[in-house]
Write a protein that binds this ligand. Structure first.
Ligand SMILES: *Cc1c(COP(=O)(O)O)cnc(C)c1O
Length: 427
């Protein structure tokens, strides 16, 4: 498509956008002057669906009116509340219902999964991950490795871009997996890197990992609700994600977990157990001896967090209503391509500003990361003053994430216009 940087052109794209009305289903934050912000920060915290408040209030009411009986009565008894999320969650990540469960928070789930799927032996003990992974993932891995009596410097192998490059090449990831061979226990990578916005070829990585006998898992914090995923078909062993970024389920919201069907009936797999993962037929008989439920549900520990799950259910409902990830991704590619056009149109020298996110749409989600070599913080503040909500990462990266559910082409055009004003001054 031949893009133009004008508001009229953006308005035309908005008029053709089948998803444009979903924007009205969200609360868009206002500037201090009361104007709508251009919110490009869904990679950090997604916006509030208007349906979220009523969903939570329904559970307040159930609690208010019924007390403990809310577990068994009402429109959505709490006993089975988490099960009402299963179908949408399975669709979201391309899984079978038995392969997913919603529970806890992301880092907690990462630990629970690593307990089961990172099982180092004297020969096979290495973990392959991204260099500069999100700090929580780094700490989780370091502590897991130590728990097995290993030294992180020896057990953790980090993938880093080639000199002068910002993102990883697929062929380098696959070559590293091959090179590690039978010393490699587990590959754990973000589906989309939080810093660069690079999306990885999860199918190829999984295949390569399995070929050398390793388990393969993904942290999908920046991929769930952003990319069209097919975890079952890609044969991924395990994955987890949070719900408050592209899934708009509120700060600290609950997390999703995927465990491939082939592990559905593996009570022998080491795991940390709790009563909510126990066979429901005699969960309340309070007997000795843990017998895990079939599938991902067998990794649950505690009874469901109803309030965050109520928000999550409302938010997932919007994804389904919009036609799922296929429809969202179609708009997303165009929206991000338009933002990319506007940034390139600034015609700034590379020494000043460069996009470090891959140009190939298949190798990125909606986010574009701009490396601003000079006065990056100034640009960020300039954007903020103009009502453009972006996200700043030290030392000098600005992340912009147009989200197909609630961002318009007009939003992106406006962001481009403010960038152009700054560039005019900076040149
Ligand atoms: C957002 C994010 C987290 C946050 O973890 P929480 O347990 O939800 O606080 C962890 N890892 C990655 C890759 C993230 O993007």
């Amino acid at each position: 498509m031949n893009f133009l940087p004008t508001p009229e052109f953006a308005a035309e794209l908005d008029a053709q956008d089948a998803l444009r009305d979903f924007r009205n289903r969200f609360h868009i934050p206002l500037t201090p002057e009361g104007r709508s912000t251009v919110y490009l920060c869904g990679n950090s915290l997604g916006l509030q669906p208007k349906a979220a408040r009523a969903a939570v209030e329904a559970e307040f009411e159930s609690w208010e009116k019924q007390g403990v009986e809310g577990h068994f009565h009402g429109t959505s008894p709490w006993m089975h509340y988490h099960e009402t999320l299963t179908a949408s969650t399975a669709r979201l990540v391309g899984a079978k219902p038995v392969e997913v469960v919603v529970m806890n928070n992301l880092t907690t789930n990462l630990h629970l999964l690593l307990i089961s799927f990172y099982r180092p032996t004297a020969m096979r003990y290495k973990v392959l991950m991204e260099g500069g992974a999100f700090p929580s993932d780094q700490y989780a891995l370091e502590s897991q490795v130590r728990m097995h009596g290993l030294a992180p410097e020896e057990a953790i192998v980090e993938l880093v871009p080639r000199p002068g490059e910002h993102t990883l090449r697929s062929e380098d990831i696959l070559a590293k997996i091959q090179e590690l061979g039978n010393t490699l226990a587990t590959v754990i990578i973000g589906g989309v890197n939080y810093y660069t916005g690079q999306a990885f070829d999860m199918a190829a990585i999984t295949q390569a990992g399995h070929a050398v006998g390793a388990t393969v898992g993904f942290d999908l914090a920046h991929a769930a609700g952003n990319l069209k995923l097919a975890l079952h078909d890609w044969d991924v062993d395990f994955a987890c994600w949070c719900s408050y970024k592209y899934l708009n389920s509120g700060p600290g919201g609950t997390s999703g977990v995927f465990v491939h069907e082939r592990f559905a009936n593996r009570p022998d797999l080491p795991r940390l157990a709790g009563w909510w993962g126990h066979d429901p037929s005699d969960r309340f008989q309070m007997k000795k001896g843990f017998r895990p439920m079939t599938g991902a549900a067998g990794w649950q520990l505690s009874n469901a967090q109803i309030f965050p799950m109520a928000i999550h259910r409302a938010a997932l409902g919007l994804v389904d209503e919009a036609g799922g990830m296929a429809a969202l991704r179609q708009k997303s590619e165009l929206l991000t391509a338009y933002l990319e056009f506007l940034v390139r149109n600034l015609d700034l020298p590379r020494e000043m500003l460069e996009i470090i996110t891959p140009a190939d749409p298949a190798a990125r989600g909606c986010q574009l990361s701009m490396l601003v070599h000079h006065n990056g913080r100034q640009l960020f503040d300039f954007l903020a003053a103009a009502g453009i909500i972006a996200d700043w990462r030290e030392p000098n990266v600005i992340r912009l994430a147009p989200v197909p559910l609630y961002n318009s082409f007009g939003d992106v055009q406006r962001a481009g216009q403010v960038l152009a004003e700054w560039a005019g001054k900076a040149k």
